[in-house]
Design a protein around this ligand. Structure first.
Ligand SMILES: NC(=O)c1ccc[n+]([C@@H]2O[C@H](COP(=O)([O-])OP(=O)(O)OC[C@H]3O[C@@H](n4cnc5c(N)ncnc54)[C@H](O)[C@@H]3O)[C@@H](O)[C@H]2O)c1
Length: 409
């Protein structure tokens, strides 16, 4: 009887002291995927069953306690992660996903394009600039971080062609600081936000990782340079990295846990919905005489929650394989400008005025990703990247902002 009571007590301690590890171990050992969020009720049931299991017999106690220690020992299951640029659009979704999976997160951001509303109370926040080496180093050494995610950059391709020096400083010098700090602080794993812009004009479709790398804008050049720096730091300093080449990030967390919004959105979907919301007056369609199904340009849009999930899988990959990876994250489906406008009109019920203007130089007719490598190497499967879900979650986000009086509709 004493044993039974003791084992029950220990399970209780386990659930109370370290609920996240307990969740993970239960989910994993029950054969459930550790990733889909379990409802509160289901978690309570698992706790209850675990508690009963604990008091039923000593064996159960050994089983759960062994599972617990195994989980703790598995390198990389729960990490301290430094997320640089974590107050931004994609960064906030990545932080949410990391927290949901039980990681401990510190966000480092200068809030130049990020927002306080995007910060979560469960994560620590350091207000700082990546160009401030000593602050960055102080933050990096103080956290015993096993990994860092680097999303801090400027991303406006057009602007990068006019003010390249701004991009050299932030995207390149800032990243060199991050790499050197990682070396000094002993952080061995880096997830880097790269971009489809490293490819330039597609020579074939869909674009895979073997495609020639010929960026057509300075922004894409900065991303490619960083990938090259990363490869050298891998060789010379043993830093393992995942360079994730995002295609067009779109939408918002469907559970509406992100409270901010993307500042200066660079792709079409938020622009279309800003027109629907009355923030902009019209959508410009840059050319309707391409050789595509409706004459307008076709791009690959990937839901930001799918992207965020890709970062978690990349962390798993680095900790299990101890080798670097470069891969595309795209939905693999091409959506035209006209299809986006039509779907947005249907979902929002708004008119969304649109006007055809001249093609932009350097805009390819079609740009779509092959994400085959991410699927096989990381096990990444986009779940939310269909057009309806993307438009609906973006629109719901705008309605939420309206409710919170952050925008006028
Ligand atoms: N949004 C996309 O479609 C897309 C596509 C491909 C790649 N990317 C890349 O993904 C990353 C994140 O993009 P996003 O859309 O979330 O952009 P974002 O502008 O919303 O986020 C960038 C974050 O970095 C912070 N930041 C910028 N410069 C900084 C500095 N010097 N010091 C500290 N913090 C700084 C900003 O305040 C912001 O919070 C960027 O590196 C971008 O190039 C984005």
């Amino acid at each position: 009887m004493k044993n039974h009571r003791e084992s029950g007590h220990r399970i209780q301690i386990l659930t109370e002291v370290c609920p996240q590890i307990f969740h993970y171990s239960i989910k994993k050992y029950e054969g459930l995927s550790p990733y889909p969020a379990l409802s509160g009720a289901k978690i309570n049931r698992i706790y209850y069953l675990a508690f009963l299991g604990g008091i039923r017999e000593n064996l159960a106690e050994k089983w759960y306690v062994a599972a617990f220690f195994k989980m703790v020992k598995i390198k990389g299951v729960f990490m301290n992660v430094l997320v640089i640029g974590g107050a931004g659009y994609i960064g906030s979704h990545v932080v949410r996903e990391l927290l949901d999976q039980g990681h401990t997160v510190t966000v480092y951001d200068n809030l130049s394009l990020g927002q306080r509303e995007n910060l979560f109370s469960e994560a620590s926040f350091v207000y700082g600039d990546i160009l401030d080496y000593s602050r960055l180093l102080k933050t990096a050494v103080s956290g015993s971080f096993q990994a860092l995610v680097h999303l801090a950059a400027f991303k406006a391709a057009g602007e990068s062609m006019i003010i390249p020096e701004k991009y050299s400083l932030n995207n390149i010098s800032g990243t060199i600081n991050i790499l050197n700090v990682a070396v000094e602080a002993g952080i061995k794993n880096i997830i880097f936000s790269s971009s489809a812009a490293v490819y330039g004009e597609p020579e074939y479709l869909p674009v895979d990782e073997q495609h020639p790398l010929q960026p057509e804008n300075y922004y894409g050049f900065t991303k490619l340079e960083i990938e090259r720096f990363l490869s050298w730091y891998d060789k010379l300093k043993g830093i393992r990295f995942a360079a994730l080449r995002y295609f067009n990030a779109a939408a918002y967390d469907s559970n509406q846990r992100i409270k901010g919004f993307e500042i200066n959105p660079s792709n079409l979907i938020p622009i279309v919905l800003e027109v629907a919301a009355g923030i902009r007056s019209e959508v410009q369609i840059f050319g309707n005489d391409y050789g595509t199904r409706d004459g307008t340009g076709v791009r690959d849009y990937v839901h930001v929650s799918d992207l965020a999930r890709g970062h978690l899988l990349a962390l798993d990959y680095l900790s299990k394989n101890n080798k670097s990876i470069i891969c595309n994250l795209g939905s693999e489906s091409g959506i035209s400008v006209q299809e986006i406008i039509d779907t947005a009109r249907k979902i929002t019920g708004q008119v969304i005025p649109a006007r055809v203007v001249a093609r932009r130089p350097g805009d390819p007719a079609v740009l779509t990703a092959s994400a085959q490598y991410a699927r096989t190497a990381l096990g990444w499967i986009p779940r939310y990247s269909d057009l309806e879900t993307i438009i609906t979650s973006t629109w719901e986000h705008y309605l939420l902002l309206k409710k919170n009086h952050e925008i006028n509709l």
